[in-house]
Structure formats: C-alpha cells, structure tokens
Write a protein that binds this ligand. Structure first.
Ligand code: IVH
Length: 881
C-alpha cells in the first residue's frame, strides 16, 4: 500500500518532485535488495515496474533533479558478501519494458528515428522468450570456462564459478570454432516439474530430518545451518503447520529456487539442484562469431549451449524469430504467449532486439538499458478461487494482519493457498484514502475471488466475482478486539494524515502473548541484541514454557530450567516428526515405523552455549538496546541518532521525560507532521497566523506570504476542508501549543522527527514498557556508546569534573552548567575527591572548605571566563557556540 502517488507527474513542482524522487530511490533500492539480494520480493513485478516508470517520468520532466543514487542509473542490487566479487568486463545491463502493442510500435519508431531510417527502410528485429530466472555471465578464455558471475549491481557480480560448473547446460569447454575471449550471457532457470520435485523433497527432508540437539539452535543464522535441506537458502514460503511449530521450508517459485540453488556456498548442493541455462547474449569478446543477433546465437548453439534459435522440446520451429515488421513482432508475441503454458518453465515476456549488430553498436545504451532492445512483458497471471476463511494474525507491534485462506489454486505454476488482505479497509473495498478499490466490492468468506501473481511475488486479490457470491455470505466483521488476548484493538489517528490508520492494533502491548512473542523475537534478532543461537523457535518454546515472558527474563535464565525446556522442546519436535513420518508412511500403505527405546540426548552443551551467548550480550551498544525495544517509528537509523544524543539508557529516559514535559498540543503535532509541510513553511504559517488570527476572511490556503506549494495545499485541504476556516482554527490552536525546550532538544537537529519523538514519549508513558526497561537494567544489562559526542579536545576544561558554588553574578547556574558541558566537562553538585575544579562566587560555604581540604583548585567567575577564553557576561550568547 506504499506509494500511493496520486499527483500527476505534470502537476508536480520541483519540491514535490525532488521529495518523491528521494522516496522512490529509497523504496526501489529496498525492493531491489529484496529481489536480488535475498530472493525474497514483496511487491509484484507490475507494481515494481510502475514505481520505476514513475521515477523515470519524473526524471524526464525534471532532468536537473536526477539523483546520484537514482534507480535509473543502477541495475539490480549490490552483490551479497557471501561470495567473492567479480567485476564484469562489460557491465550487465537490464532491459526497458513495453507493456502494450503501442509501446512496441514506439520502440520501433525510436530506433528508426535514431538510425535515420525511413518508414520503408528494412529494420529486422528478433523476438524471443524472456526467461524468468537469473542472469549469469560465463567467461571463456581459449574455449575454457574460467569464471561465472551473477549480475549483482550490473558492474560487479558474485563469483559462482564452482556452482556454474555443476550445471549440465553449461559447457566447461566450447566446441568448434570460438573466439579466444568470449563472455557468454544467459539465464539460469528451473522447470516447473523440477521445481515441484525439489519442493516435495525439501518438504519431506524438513519433516524427516534426523533429530539432533543442535538442529534449531541458530534457526535464523545462516552460519549455523545444516548445509542444505534443513533451510534452503533464499527459501521463503515458510509454512508453520497450524498444529505445530514444525517448519517446512520450501521455495515460493521456480525463480527463487533457481537463485537460491545457484547461490549456495557448497557446490555439491547446487549440483543436486536441477538447474538449466539458456544462452541469449554476450559481454566481452575478442571477435564475434556473426554479424547479426541471429547468427551469434546460432553460433552459441554450435559451441554447445541451449538456445532458442533452434527448436526445443520437440517443437517444429524455434521460439526465437527474425521479423521485419511491428505487426510481425506482435504476432510472434501472441504466439509465445499462447505457448507459455506448455513450455514447462516460467517466462515473463518477449524480448525484441535489433538484429544487425552494427546497428546495435550505433544505437548504444541509455543509462541502464540498451536502445536496441526492449522487453514486452506479459500481463500478470490470474486465476479464480474461493475464500475458505479469513484469519487474523497479530504482529510484534500489535498489528492485526488479515489473511485469506484459499481453496488452493495454481497460478503460473505455483500453488497459492494464502493471500494477504492487508487491512480492514482493503477487505471492505477501500484504499487508505477511503477511495473505492475493486469497484468498491468487499471480500467475504465464501466469495470467489480473482487472484493475481506477477513474476515471483506475493499474490494479490484483484477482484471479487459477485455473480458467484453465495447468498449466505455476509460482510466480514473485522474484530475490534485482539484475537489472541481479547484486549481492545484500535485504529489510531495517523498524525501524518489526520485520518485513522489503516492498521488496527491490539492495545495490550507486551502483555499480549502474540506481541510478547514477536517482540522477543525482535529483541534477540540480528540487528538488535543479536544473541547467537537464540532463534525464533527457542523464543516460542521458552515463551510457552513460561521461562521467558519479557526481555529481562532472558538474562535471568537458570541452567537447569533452561536445559529442561530445551529437552522438552526437542522431545515435542521429535514426536511431531515421527507423527508426520507415520502419516506419510500410511499414505503409501506402510505400517508405522517400529521405534525402539528412545534415546535421551544430553542438552547440557546446547544449554551452556546458549547461556554463554546470552552472557556475551549483557553489554551492548546503546543503539542496539534502543532498537531492540521495538518502539514504533524507531528503526535502526533513529536508534543510532538517539545514541548520538544520549550517553546511556537513563539519559535517554530522562530526555524523553523532558520531551514529554515539553510535548506540543495535538493541533501543533498534527499540523507539523502533515505530509509535505516542511519546517520553514510551518513556522511561517504559525507566525502569519498569529498576526492575522483576528481577520475573519483570512484563508491561509490562499495567503501569498505563506506561499504554499500545490501538493501542500492539497494535503491541507484534504485534512482541514476547502474554505480555510478549519485550517485557520487549527493554526490558531497550534500557535498556542508549540513544544517546549525538552521536546525541541530532541527534534531540533532534524535527525529525530516529531512523529518518532511522540512515539518515544508514548512508549515510555506506558508503565509496563518502563518496567521492562528497568528490569533489563536490574538484570545487569548495560550499554556502551561510541556515538555520544566526544568532548571537544581543544577545550581547556574537557574531561574535568567541575562544581559551581556560591552566588554567581555573570551567569545563572543553568547557563554555567550548559557552558561547561558543551566544553566537555562534567558538572557535579557536590565536591568530592574526583572534583577537578571549583568555581566559586561570593557566599560559597562548606563546598569551599571541602575543596581546600582535598587540595582542589578554586577560581572565581572572572578566572573561569578567562580560563575558557571568553569575556564574562557573554554567558547568554555563548550557549549557542
Ligand atoms: S537480453 C543488454 N534476452 O531479463 C540486454 N535478457 O529485464 C541483455 N532475460 O537482465 C539481456 N530472457 O536477466 C535478454 N532472452 C533474453 C532474456 C533476458 C531473460 C533477463 C536478463 C536481463 C533481464 C532484463
């Protein structure tokens, strides 16, 4: 639901465009990372393409705003660190997309125009299937395969040579006549049949893997995995059967299976996976074995590669053709589309390439794609099925997440039995802005729905077939109580939009078992406390056993109860495994497996290792501590920013308490956090509002001095109404509700925003959250902090402990303290042996006596100013520097 970008590109102004380009760069990079780096995409290809198109359209309108990190200058995601890197001799590029026949005609026109060809001049273009796998570059020197690299970010890929050598379609030596240097490029993929067999194998392997004590330790840590089947790399589609915590990990689709299988650390695993390869392009070559695309691909076939220039799978004609008209291209596209279901592997479109290589060279490249080629994408695949049930899961932050359980249906070679329904508005047929989606049709249990799966992505409901709605089907009643703990579940007002959040949340916080469990999983996870070997299954098991209910419990675990719980957990796992095994045997007509006396494993080593791992995390970086708390709006970046602000947990809690005292009123908070309103505009609005509050016909929306941009006007109008009266009232209120010092201290440097600060306040207002943090500190957890600003080394008082006493005449006590702290000194309230310096005004008493007793240097105010290199009486103005 991200990226509801309603403003037409034509209507954007430079500010809006620049903000959106920044957001798009970030969002697309994240999708790229998931798709290429983790083989785990979260949006459909179509949505992804839409994001990229929007980005490109904005860039075309505002070329001066193209960012250095623009997605259009980049292909894919950076190579992951698991493999050595290989820099491609020639970059591996991507393809532009066409989505309609018109786009294809435009492509041909562009090419003609660029080459200066007339309408009647011959232009031959090839058309071939676009294989849905992952691209691979194979470097041959003197006919011998010397390296194989994935695409990576286009410039640098991963070295998967050892793995590529295990793929039968990839020749180790090129046959016949071949160039002395030849980089052959193509697609690694998996057939539907091989994919289904692999998943079946993984499912049984997961269910029947022999029990041993270390099996679940380090559940989500790559390093601790058994080499293969226990958890395939890149596996998503992880299913937890309802009755058990037994995990059966499978690949979501053939592309992920191919990517996960190729990117294995152990080539023996890759060898056991049925991968295939089609060659269709090339990189660096010492000379080319042909003058056209067709000729070179035919030559690749003679050298030993599978290509689509020859008929495959008993077909009479090859799927790659050379055509001379746009109509011919479209006709061939339709033919491939019709063949698609019978190919036995996934393709997601047709690639057109200018056939003549001399023309290709002339056409060259724009940013990430060649001018001489384009991919004509197929529309996303669809299927209809019935909604059996709608279940609600509860996440770490209490989010109620609805999921439709479907009558299983095959969409593009993948069986889909679950589909996310996002939130209650989505079920009711509305988007986040209250606008109808699916023509306003709601989703009911028993409904026949049309679902769509594009490429390798999470399926979506695209429509409801009303004709097939059973008369008994009633609108879904979304729960307003948490299905796990029965507490009230609410939709809070989103301060960014002023509308109720699309998400309904359980209000019980960590006392809700679902949130407690999910919160603990987050707490131990890699970017938080990173407790080695403490995987999700252990969190579940220890939670169920009642041993760990809140983070602090982890640090109070005793050896014996822990070992007993671990043993019990593994016993339960073994029982489930045996039960599954017997069920599978029964299905094959076999008797249950005779099982002799059960061996009892010794879990003492596992227990000791886990306790040692916990011990190793008794002291963590402050930012990890803060991130681990799972405070809404506080991600890793904000946690780091907070660590720069505060030395330790106590200082943070004090800072948040001070922020709470200076908390702005609701109107101020809402108005300042409204999407698209920057700080300076907001301040101008308040200042002008204060001056014009009395003018009844004043409309802030139209005030030229405030100079609102069109997107800001839209946002304000949506929230406060057309005529400006609502906004005028809000401004008047807001002016009186401005935040105080403590709040501004957190938000002023722009690293931590209003929304995050309000969330921090809200979090620490809850007694149970404060208690959970206190309990951690009580359990002996402490923090280090390398981010807190180091004292300025040049200051003559840096690192000193200073006491101010007596009545100061040239500065207030607070100013003195602030000044000293800015210079890197610590200010104490009483004199002790640790005190380095006492600054005394007239009337100083016992503290002076103590100072002389300890032999501590005592100076007066003037000497203080001299020491720090400032004239006295400047106190007020020095506090800024
Ligand atoms: S040609 C310079 N031909 O699609 C262009 N690519 O979206 C080289 N792909 O990165 C690519 N089938 O991984 C080409 N027949 C085909 C293809 C194909 C699949 C993939 C390839 C490429 C991506 C671009």
């Amino acid at each position: 639901m991200s990226g509801l970008r309603d403003t037409a590109v034509e209507a954007l102004d430079a500010t809006g465009a620049s903000a959106e380009l920044a957001a798009l760069a970030c969002e697309i990079a994240e999708h790229d990372r998931r798709y290429h780096g983790k083989d785990d995409p979260t949006i459909s290809d179509a949505d992804y393409d839409a994001l990229r198109r929007r980005n490109l359209a904005i860039e075309q309108r505002f070329p001066e705003l193209v960012r250095d990190d623009s997605p259009s200058l980049r292909v894919g995601a950076a190579a992951s660190s698991k493999f050595a890197k290989i820099r491609h001799a020639l970059p591996m590029l991507s393809l532009d997309n066409a989505f309609s026949d018109e786009d294809v005609a435009d492509f041909a026109k562009r090419v003609r125009r660029f080459l200066g060809l007339g309408e009647d001049d011959l232009l031959a273009i090839t058309a071939e299937p676009k294989i849905d796998g992952l691209s691979l570059s194979l470097r041959y020197e003197d006919g011998r395969l010397v390296s194989a690299a994935t695409r990576g970010d286009g410039a640098v890929g991963e070295d998967v040579t050892a793995n590529a050598l295990t793929i039968a379609d990839i020749p180790h030596r090129l046959a016949g006549i071949r160039p002395s240097v030849f980089e052959v490029r193509g697609e690694v993929y998996m057939t539907h049949a091989d994919f289904a067999a692999l998943n079946a194998r993984l499912a049984t392997a997961g269910a029947l893997a022999p029990a041993d004590a270390t099996e679940t330790a380090g559940e989500d840590d790559e390093g601790a995995q058994a080499p293969d089947e226990a958890a395939p790399d890149g596996a998503i589609g992880e299913e937890t059967s309802a009755a058990s915590s037994l995990k059966i990990r499978q690949f979501a689709n053939p592309r992920n299976a191919a990517a996960g299988s190729l990117r294995q650390k152990d080539p023996a695993v890759t060898r056991s996976r049925p991968l295939r390869f089609f060659a269709y392009a090339w990189g660096e070559t010492s000379e080319l074995p042909g003058e056209t695309q067709t000729e070179v691909v035919e030559a690749l076939g003679r050298m030993g590669f599978s290509t689509n220039a020859v008929p495959q799978n008993g077909r009479s004609a090859p799927l790659m053709r050379r055509l001379e008209t746009v109509d011919g291209l479209i006709e061939h596209y339709r033919l491939i589309e019709a063949e698609r279901a019978h190919l036995g592997y996934d393709i997601d479109g047709v690639v057109y390439k200018v056939d003549d290589l001399a023309l290709q060279r002339e056409l060259g490249f724009v940013s990430r794609a060649p001018r001489w080629a384009i991919a004509h994408k197929f529309p996303a695949e669809r299927a209809t099925t019935v909604v059996r049930e709608i279940v609600i899961n509860v996440g770490r932050t209490g989010k109620l997440a609805p999921l439709a359980k479907l009558e299983p249906v095959t969409v593009g070679g993948v069986v889909v039995s679950n589909v996310t329904l996002h939130n209650e508005d989505y079920i009711a047929g509305r988007d986040a802005d209250g606008e109808p989606i699916r023509g306003g049709r709601d989703i009911r249990i028993g409904d026949t729905v049309e679902i769509q799966r594009a490429g390798d992505v999470i399926p979506q409901v695209v429509d409801v077939v009303l004709d097939k709605r059973p008369p008994t089907a009633e609108p879904f009643r979304y729960p307003d109580h948490c299905p796990i703990c029965q507490s009230l579940a609410v939709r809070e007002i989103n301060p960014r939009t002023g509308r109720p959040d699309s998400v309904r949340r359980c209000t019980a916080g960590l006392t809700c078992p679902a949130q407690g469990k999910e919160g603990l999983k987050h707490f131990v996870s890699r970017h938080a406390f990173d407790i080695e070997g403490f995987g999700e299954t252990y969190v579940e098991a220890l939670f169920e056993a009642g041993l760990v209910r809140q983070p602090a419990d982890i640090f109070r675990l005793g050896t014996e109860p822990l070992q007993a719980a671990i043993a019990e957990h593994h016993r339960a796992l073994r029982d489930q495994r045996e039960e599954t095994e017997d069920t599978l045997r029964a299905a094959q007509g076999l008797a249950p497996k005779p099982r002799g006396k059960r061996k009892d494993y010794d879990y003492s080593t596992v227990t000791q290792n886990l306790l040692a791992a916990i011990d190793a995390r008794r002291t963590v970086a402050l930012e990890r501590f803060v991130f681990a708390l799972g405070i809404p709006e506080i991600g890793e970046t904000s946690a780091k920013a907070l660590a720069r602000h505060f030395e330790d947990v106590r200082a943070l809690m004090d800072g948040v308490a001070a922020a709470r005292d200076g908390q702005p009123g609701e109107d101020w908070a809402e108005l300042s956090a409204l999407r698209g309103i920057g700080d300076s505009t907001f301040e101008r609005m308040l200042a002008i509002g204060a001056a014009k509050a009395a003018e009844a016909d004043w409309n802030p929306l139209r005030d030229a001095e405030i100079a609102l941009k069109s997107n800001q006007r839209v946002a304000l109008r949506e929230r406060y109404g057309e005529d400006g009266a609502g906004l005028r009232a809000a401004i008047a209120q807001a002016a009186a509700q401005a935040p105080g010092k403590g709040f501004l201290k957190l938000t002023s440097d722009g690293e931590i925003g209003t929304v995050a600060t309000l969330s921090l306040i809200h979090f620490f207002e809850e007694a149970h959250n404060r208690e959970a943090v206190e309990a951690l500190l009580d359990a002996g957890v402490s923090t280090t902090n390398e981010r807190a600003a180091p004292p300025p080394v040049s200051s003559p008082v840096a690192g000193m402990t200073i006491v101010f006493t007596g009545s100061l005449e040239k500065m207030t006590r607070d100013e003195a303290k602030e000044m000293a702290e800015k210079l890197g000194a610590k200010v104490a309230g009483s004199v002790s042996k640790k005190t380095d310096l006492v600054v005394a005004g007239p009337g100083a008493g016992s503290k002076l006596a103590k100072a002389s007793e300890f032999g501590i240097e005592v100076i007066d105010e003037d000497a203080w100013f001299a020491r720090i290199g400032r004239a006295g009486g400047e106190a007020g103005s020095t506090s800024g520097g």
